[in-house]
Write a protein that binds this ligand. Structure first.
Ligand SMILES: [Zn+2]
Length: 431
């Protein structure tokens, strides 16, 4: 790949600057230094959140998690892999001879004028040893709906909903691990927190990063408390809005609804879900008093994460009229759609010259992710249907009749804008 390894600078672990320097000096001449440099540089170039190495008797397999999906790397022979791992462990201040017990350490890098931190976790497993290298970019947390990818008109609509003092209960939803916290934070961030006091109930020790001007209030289930325990005390502070991110039983949900009704308090809560109707059905699974809940519901906001096409290699094509029809796009509206350029080794261009993978996306065809949002306001017909016939098809049909833009339609808007592909939307909606 490179003659003398990529120009990456390492900052080894150590108690003192002298120890750090000594650790670095130990590994620099080692035969593992170059493959370790290449691996770290590749992880950074690919923007891999995690790089996993599996050591078996013969070889070392490599995979990268990029934008939420796994991609295989070229396997490595065991000897090179062993030297490389010894170097990485020494950089992280770990014992390189230990190959069974779990070890965790950190080291830093400077590459392409950017500083990064790697966390290394190694653990012996049945077939050998598994090593995970986590890349910590210190990315600024994305709090704002526009940063998360919400359309301007939806931001306006959400702003109107959450800043109305008549607001009842607003539910945020996502798949846990895929924007579950981001969607919650995004919704709270849209609120005008300077003029009203926001309080969010959080389990002790499970605190999520704070949203500015939203005050966390702790409870502890180990002491027999639940999210409603701090409420009587908190009411003395005259809160304007309450948030309950973790609601695990119907009974708790009922008490939250009752409190929200009694005190006319705008209230946020959260539930896992793939789209808005799914989120509503998951609330019903908790077996709350559905009538009371439905009466108090104002809106549901759901976010999914979708990969963005790499702008440097995406391939435009004129869509077939039938395809446009299937997507529900009027003929003539979109002249060009895009698909990813997915690199395969040995690919050639029209002159039979071998193609190099795109440097921006490493040949994956996608680079980065954005939020795909759906916002559903709960009208009277939906409230009734939640009580009388809460089935997916029925609820979705009612929403559609009232002009609701579904998650799928939101995705098609993104496809028409050339930001993502049809395949990627299908993958997200199916998963
Ligand atoms: Zn590309």
């Amino acid at each position: 790949m490179y003659d003398d390894g990529p120009p990456i600078e390492f900052f080894a672990a150590g108690e003192t600057p002298e120890e750090q320097e000594a650790n670095l000096k130990t590994v620099e001449p080692s035969p593992g230094f170059e493959p370790a440099s290449e691996l770290c540089a590749e992880s950074i170039l690919k923007d891999a959140d995690v790089t996993v190495l599996d050591f078996s008797a013969q070889q070392v397999t490599l995979r990268f998690q990029i934008d939420g999906l796994w991609h295989s790397g070229a396997p490595m022979d065991r000897e090179t892999g062993d030297y490389m791992l010894a170097t990485l462990k020494q950089l992280a201040g770990l014992d390189y001879r230990e190959r069974r017990a779990r070890q965790t350490g950190n080291f830093g890098t400077m590459y392409l004028k950017k500083k990064q931190k790697f966390k290394l976790v190694s653990q012996g497993i049945k077939t050998g040893e598994r090593v995970a290298l986590y890349l910590d970019y210190k990315r600024p947390p994305l709090d704002k709906c526009e940063e998360l990818g919400m359309r301007a008109s939806m931001i306006n609509q959400l702003h109107g909903i959450v800043n109305d003092s008549e607001m009842g209960i607003v539910v945020t939803s996502a798949v846990p691990g895929e924007g579950y916290t981001k969607c919650w934070r995004g919704a709270l961030d849209t609120c005008d927190r300077l003029t009203r006091d926001y309080f969010v109930m959080e389990h002790v020790g499970r605190n999520e990063p704070e949203v500015i001007n939203v005050y966390p209030v702790e409870y502890d289930t180990a002491k027999g408390e639940d999210p409603m325990t701090p409420i009587p005390q908190l009411m003395l502070k005259e809160p304007d809005v309450l948030g309950f991110p973790d609601v695990e039983t119907g009974n708790l949900l009922d008490r939250i609804v009752d409190h929200s009704v009694q005190h006319k308090l705008p209230t946020f809560t959260r539930v896992p879900g793939k789209h808005c109707i799914d989120a509503l059905l998951r609330l019903l699974v908790l077996k709350p008093d559905v009538k009371k809940l439905a009466d108090r519901l104002t809106a549901v906001l759901t976010m999914r994460l979708i990969r963005l096409l790499c702008d440097d290699c995406k391939i435009g094509f004129p869509p077939h009229p039938k395809m446009l029809q299937q997507l529900g796009l009027p003929p003539g509206r979109v002249a060009e759609l895009f698909r990813p350029m997915v690199y395969q080794p040995g690919m050639v261009d029209e002159d039979e010259v071998e193609i190099e993978p795109c440097a921006t996306c490493s040949g994956i065809g996608y680079r980065g992710r954005t939020g795909l949002f759906e916002l559903l306001t709960i009208n009277d017909e939906l409230k009734q249907a939640l009580v009388s016939d809460p089935k997916m098809g029925n609820l979705a049909g009612i929403a559609k009749r009232h002009g609701h833009v579904s998650m799928q339609m939101e995705g098609i808007v993104m496809i028409a804008a050339g930001r993502t592909s049809i395949e990627e939307l299908q993958r997200v909606l199916k998963s």
